[in-house]
Structures are given as C-alpha cells and as structure tokens.
Design a protein around this ligand. Structure first.
Ligand code: RI2
Length: 306
C-alpha cells in the first residue's frame, strides 16, 4: 500500500498533475498494488482493491479521467487472484498505451484546425492542447501562442517553458488580460478535466472567461480531450464536483490573519457551457459538444455510469 499511498499523495498535492497524467499514474499504481496482493484469497483481494481504488479516486474530485482510469483498470471477472491480476495488468497496460497514443492522435486531428499564421490562446497547462499546438508547428505552420498565467498555481509558467523550449513564439499574459487581447487571437485551444453529457467543459478556473470572450469576439474554441475525460456518471444526473483547494494557494496566511472580516475562496475549476465550444478533439475524431452522449456510449461504455 506504500507505493499506492505515495502516488495518491503526489496526485493530491499536484506533484503529479494534469487530468491525463493523474489518470495514467493512478492506473499504474493500482496495477502494481494488485500485483502485491497475489498471496491473498480472492474475497480479500477484491476488498483491498476496492479500498485502494477509493484512495486514488478521493485525491482530486473534478477530473473524471481519474475515476474512469481506476474503473477501467480494476474491473475483472476472474474467479481466482492469479487471473484477476492478469486481467488488471492487461487493463492497465491497455489504458496507459491508449492514453499515450491518444495525445499524438489528438495532435494530428486538432492541427488540421490551425492555419498558417494563426495566433492561438491557451490556458493553464494541458498536454492534449499542447499536442495540437506542437503538431501544427511541426507541420511548418507559422503560429504563435498567447498563454495565460493561470492563477493561483501559475501552471501557465509550465506552458510557456514548454513552448519556449519547442521554439514556438509565445506571449504570456495575466488571466485578467484575456478579453482585451482576444481581438489579436484567431482561436482558443484548451484542455479538459471533465466533459459532461450536455457537452459542458469543466477545466481550470478561468477557462469559461476565455470561452466567453472568444464567443463575444467570434473566435472558435477548440477543446483537446481524450475520450476518457468524458463523464459517464453525468448520464445519471450527477454533477461534476468543483474542487475547492487550500486558500494558501491564493493569499499569504499572515496577510489573511490581519483581515478578520475577509473570506477567501479558491475554486480550481469552472464550467464552460456547450454553446461556447466549437469542437472537442478526441483521439477518435472531432466532435461537436452536442455529441458527448455518443462519445460516452461508444468509447467508454454505459456500464461506467453505475
Ligand atoms: P491534460 C489540468 O488540471 C488543467 O485544467 C488542464 O487543462 C487539464 O488538467 C487537462 O490537462 P490540473 O491538474 O490532461 O492542473 O491535457 O488541476 O494535460
């Protein structure tokens, strides 16, 4: 359980972060944990596996990639532990391989939407969104990027470093400059933590203000999302929980102590309605947000909803 708890803690503290990366890390941790239980009777094995799955899923509530990866990894129909471990190992290898390949496919499909000379605005740090931008650049398109700082954790700094190292001309702005700068932008490309059945996007706090500003300026918003970022449980009416993180990420505790009448909030994600989204680029194709149900049904399976 030590390694599993270490991975869970790294996800909780965001040492491992990004909806895709946490899903891959959780799948690998559950696989390794299952292998460590090989001497147990099946009933005990199943109980421990369920407890471990819950530990991983409880680390961060918003990115559906996490419960999806855990559910897809832990399921087995074996009648003995040896076969159960084999199934779980196979599930994990398949999930991790698909997740890695998905990024390349999303890059190739999404890059078709980027034209020579485009200025692209992005938010936070999304490996899927960056795959589209880098692929377009690799194709020889003369592009540049405007990247937001992404307060409070400033994941925009990871994005600008990655773009800089790749040789892509990049401008950093503070989050509140988004609307002013939007007129210089051709399209917005962002990632996803969850996509609900009504096509709404749940992504890093501030994403919806990019989308609204883009809508106002008649610019397209493209979402880069692997199919495992669609939320099956929203089919049953479940709402995606917005993670409230520590206020220490926003304000110094000492300053706050001197302001007894002030409350600070730190929601980590927001919701962008489907009408502000042009296309969602997945590894199996580009879909309008209205097709979220089809993606869930055909590529994740309705059994994940229960
Ligand atoms: P990829 C991140 O969440 C950002 O919100 C990003 O847009 C999303 O995950 C998807 O990232 P956080 O872990 O999977 O920084 O595309 O809270 O890398």
């Amino acid at each position: 359980m030590d390694n599993l708890n270490t991975t869970a803690e790294k996800i909780r503290t965001m040492e491992i972060r990004g909806a895709g990366r946490i899903a891959v890390a959780a799948s690998a941790a559950l696989r390794d944990y299952a292998m460590s239980l090989k001497s147990l009777p099946l009933s005990e094995f199943n109980l421990k596996l369920e407890a471990a799955a819950k530990t991983l899923v409880d680390t961060r509530p918003t990115a559906v990639s996490l419960p999806n990866s855990v559910a897809l990894t832990k399921r087995h129909s074996a009648t003995n532990v040896y076969d159960a471990i084999n199934e779980i190992t196979g599930n994990a290898e398949k999930f991790i391989k698909n997740a890695e390949q998905a990024l390349g496919k999303i890059g190739r499909i999404g890059a078709q939407r980027i034209r020579d000379g485009d200025v692209i605005m992005t938010h936070c740090n999304s490996h899927a969104a960056l795959s589209i931008i880098k692929t377009a650049f690799d194709q020889g398109k003369d592009i540049s990027v405007i990247a937001t700082e992404s307060r409070p954790r400033r994941q925009g700094l990871i994005t600008i470093k990655e773009l800089n190292d790749y040789g892509i001309p990049t401008t950093m702005i503070v989050d509140s400059a988004v609307r002013l700068i939007m007129k210089e932008v051709d399209l917005v490309v962002v990632g996803a933590d969850s996509i609900s059945v009504n096509g709404a996007l749940i992504n890093k706090i501030g994403t919806s203000q990019l989308a609204m500003a883009a809508h106002e300026a008649r610019r397209n918003v493209i979402v880069a999302a692997e199919t495992y970022k669609f939320s099956p449980r929203t089919l049953l009416g479940e709402m995606v929980e917005i993670e409230d993180r520590s206020i220490d990420e926003v304000i110094d505790a000492q300053i706050l102590r001197e302001l007894p009448n002030v409350k600070v909030r730190n929601p980590a994600f927001d919701v962008t309605p489907a009408e502000y989204i042009d296309l969602i680029i997945t590894e199996v194709g580009a879909f309008p947000p209205t097709m979220a149900f089809t993606v869930i049904k055909d590529y994740l399976g309705l059994e994940l909803a229960v």
